[in-house]
Write a protein that binds this ligand. Sequence first.
Ligand code: XMP
Length: 522
Amino acid sequence: MKNASHDRLLIIDFGSQVTQLIARRLRELNVYCEIHPYQNVDDAFLASFAPKAVILSGGPASVIDDGSPRPPVGLFEFGVPVLGICYGQQVMMHILGGKVESGHGTAEFGRAYVTPSERSLPLLEGWFATDNDKEQVWMSHGDHVSAIAPGFEVFGTSPNAPFAITADVSRNFYAVQFHPEVHHTPNGAKLYENFIRLAGFTGDWTMGAYREEAIRKIRETVGDAKVICGLSGGVDSSVAAVLIHEAIGDQLTCVFVDHGLLRQGEAEEVVRMFRDEYHMPLIHAEEQELFLGELDGQSDPETKRKIIGRLFIDVFQKHAAAVGGAKFLAQGTLYPDVIESVSFSGGPSVTIKSHHNVGGLPEKMGLSLVEPLRELFKDEVRALGRELGLPTSFIARHPFPGPGLAIRCPGEITRPKLEILRKADAVYIDQIRKHGLYDDIWQAFVAILPVRTVGVMGDGRTYDFACALRAVTSVDGMTADYYPFSHEFLGETATRIINEVEGINRVTYDITSKPPGTIEWE
Ligand code: XMP
């Protein structure tokens, strides 16, 4: 920790639903921060983390209740700027000599407007500039501060929060009742920008700095041991592999499992890029026969998924064992996975999700984990990928599921059907790219349907497969809406698929959102 080459901000989490957003806002400002649950933060932790500033998050508790969450005892003597948000504000006031009360009809949930006091405050630079001298903010509090602590002054009020913004300027303590991190506080980012400027941050959290530090840490952790990495061709595992390779070179071996369910040209692209361009030791595990053999005759979606999951682990383990003496397994775990596993009430167990990529393998094979992306959000991983020189076309690729084309081939999977599906999918994606729509779409693919239909081509009758085109917009894959292609686009694409792909004579467009549908067909 002490070797960190950049300034660090500590967010003490009291359990708010939106704590992660504080970290997002700060990272956008090139400030390195970490979220830690309050239970894990004592004075010793504070000293070793050595933050340049601290933010106290919101939370569901009432500061008046016995045993309610507290920051470490020495925080307010630690000598760094502190910003308290919602519960964080209340706990600050409570500890520093103010008063917090419940009830009296002063709870506020949702939109509110804050107006400034006569005095100006550097924290509020750029606030109250427009819109009749008021700012929209998002409130979500039951308790409220009824008396501020000695040394604090009021700088903003709302109808139900007379102490909406307060500060003890001499000690650099700031407290707000609302949530500046959420979308519904439109000028909230400005408040964070001002806070980190007041705290002396220089915005040194850049991908260049991250890359160097990550490489140093990987070298320290791994020493001269061997590392294996399951490469799927997706963004996370690819970025992790390139970064680790840069750190330890040929001590890393990647295992790319080709289950015969990849898209057209996909295996070749991954192998060419990692083996030929990055010169990484890469095992291309060609296990098409094994996977397609065991899937033969299976049509139940869950059975297919289970077969693929089981074989994937077997195959990975077999090839990884062949590397000989590997001590570490590399994974592309991201920060949201880490935050989810260090729950507010769950304490310090950061390893809960350690096998979310290759279930159970680290224990089975006696491996330790290397997870160089565990401090990053998805868009930061993409930025790191760019920093490492991965091609943009690769970094911006649509997600592709682990079971691959198997779940886009409802019913029995046969090689001829997979071949038809690959060709149709390639034409569809080509169309999307040609029309400049690829980056507007979260995910697009073709599913080949287990039904054949009658058609007429030239003077002859055809009896071929029908397919469905799928394209959705989404933020996180949890919910999705179908993409509103023009009729011209759909017509042109259907014509191209039928003309260019032997075996398909009918094309449909799937206009189901999620829910009630899912993105994939199985
Ligand atoms: P669904 O179909 O559940 O998919 O709406 C949501 C997102 O998850 C992807 N997906 C998977 N990814 N292994 C993966 O790595 C899987 O088994 C899997 N199943 C679905 C899907 O492509 C979409 O992006």
